[in-house]
Design a protein around this ligand. Structure first.
Ligand code: SF4
Length: 452
């Protein structure tokens, strides 16, 4: 039976620190357009305005199973949950915890942030670092895999530790930010490699750092003349939207072009608060992309993915990648068969605007990089024609530039009762499905125009 969310009376045990007085906070650090939320344990904060203070959320993260239990008294704390929380770090912002609706893994938010016994399942083929990032680090913390790009690990801290994190070996094992000497080393490497034009600031989550600290890093990378583009990978708009303050976007604007890739995985994360955070970034000229991880029991149904991607586009966030789960220790229970991703892509194409369709990729083990995986749209080829399949199952012959051969072949045959071979050799141009709403519309149009 599903358990609904319970509440506790006091939040005193969540933090030994006294939350700051709302009136003492700098107004420029407050995201004015955010909507204060929940009628739950943190209702007092919602009323007082602390709900809008990202530092309050950081200080009051759920960090232990005891705090989790206090926040959700009806939670069933199994021995497996306890062990998983000991093995992999736990942190959930009050904001993200407030999105939980059911206290079990059927709830997508719960599943993504509350430790589960399955994290202990450890088949032999899983690794801590299956992408071998450590092997591609010419200097500590800087991954140089593709010729023109590099990824800098700027912090090991996240406001919320995702149970499906691909960097479980790093994120939250200890919480720290990049030291000045290491940053200098990375910048020197970038300067010595002018072929790197695109630098991704990653972690951990870079937006958990103070604006001053983040600016130091952004400015250092921007000082390298050959770096054209700076990208930031962050889940902050999803798990801590109050962090997207006027102060932060004002700083980022000084260093354009800056792009941000967010990490929404489920439509339930598309809240008014998250929408306001995205709006502030986009309005500041920061293009937003989204990297979703395909997660069993969270978003592995085509309709859920459609809802997520349509919602993202409405927020002016471009669905960028859909990642197959990496072979990372502790996340096996999230992994779907590869065929599920292909099925989702098949469902989306033709049904949803191309703008809302991410590229489904496998980040190859051994550091092989991203490999796009698609349904098969090329059915056959010949020197004169390529036979393609569309989303409806219609087969069409696309004539190659060697059109003469195509034309003579066409002349040689008719268009009746064609098969794929007839398309590939130019004897027919298309095979149409009998049931197609698009073709039905054409027939209706013909009837109307014919006076029917
Ligand atoms: S925010 Fe990113 S780095 Fe942090 S735990 Fe989630 S997936 Fe990992």
């Amino acid at each position: 039976m599903l358990k609904t969310v319970g509440t506790a009376d006091s939040d005193a045990s969540l933090s030994s620190e006294e939350p700051p007085s709302p009136s003492s906070a700098d107004a420029s650090t407050k995201p004015a357009s955010l909507v204060a939320a929940p009628a739950t344990k943190w209702a007092t904060q919602a009323r007082s305005g602390q709900w809008l203070d990202w530092r309050w959320h950081m200080r009051n993260r759920i960090r232990t199973v005891a705090q989790l239990r206090e926040r959700f008294p009806a939670l069933d704390v199994s021995a497996g949950l306890l062990q998983a929380a000991q093995k992999f770090p736990l942190a959930i912002t009050p904001y993200y915890a407030s999105l939980i609706r059911q206290l079990d893994a059927s709830d997508p938010i719960f599943r993504m942030c509350v430790p589960q016994a399955q994290e202990l399942h450890d088949p032999g083929f899983l690794k801590d670092d299956p992408l071998e990032e450590a092997e591609d680090m010419p200097v500590p913390g800087l991954v140089h895999r593709y010729a023109d790009r590099a990824l800098l690990i700027t912090t090991t801290t996240c406001s919320t530790y995702c149970r499906h994190c691909t960097r479980k070996r790093v994120a939250g094992m200890y919480e720290s930010t990049i030291r000045a000497a290491r940053l200098q080393q990375a910048v020197a490497y970038l300067a010595a490699h002018p072929e790197i034009t695109d630098v991704i600031l990653s972690g951990g989550d870079p937006l958990t750092m103070s604006t001053e600290m983040l600016e130091r890093i952004v400015a250092a990378v921007r000082s390298v003349p050959s770096v054209q583009l700076i990208r930031i990978g962050t889940r902050t708009p999803v798990v801590l939207p109050a962090r997207i303050t006027g102060e932060l976007v004002g700083m980022l604007k000084k260093y354009h072009p800056i792009w941000i890739n967010t990490h929404f995985n489920h439509p339930a994360e598309l809240t008014p608060e998250a929408a306001a955070a995205c709006e502030r970034l986009v309005d500041a000229g920061v293009p937003l992309g989204n990297q979703t991880v395909l997660l069993r029991g969270v978003n592995d149904r085509p309709e859920i993915m459609e809802q997520l991607c349509r919602g993202l586009v409405r927020l002016r966030v471009r669905p960028y990648y859909l990642f197959q789960c990496d072979l990372v220790r502790g996340i096996e229970h999230f992994r779907t068969p590869l065929s599920r991703g292909i099925e989702i892509m098949e469902y989306m194409r033709g049904r949803v605007s191309g703008l809302a369709i991410p590229t489904f990729v496998v980040d190859a083990p051994h550091g092989g990089g991203k490999i796009p995986v698609l349904p098969n749209y090329v059915v056959s080829t010949s020197p004169t024609h390529t036979v393609l399949r569309n989303f409806e199952g219609m087969l069409v012959a696309y004539p190659e530039p060697t059109a003469e051969a195509a034309a003579s072949a066409m002349a040689a045959g008719g268009d009746s009762d064609p098969g794929v071979w007839e398309l590939a050799t130019g004897k027919a141009t298309a095979i149409r499905p009998i049931k197609s709403s698009r073709l039905r519309r054409r027939v209706m149009k013909g009837l109307c125009q014919g006076g029917g």
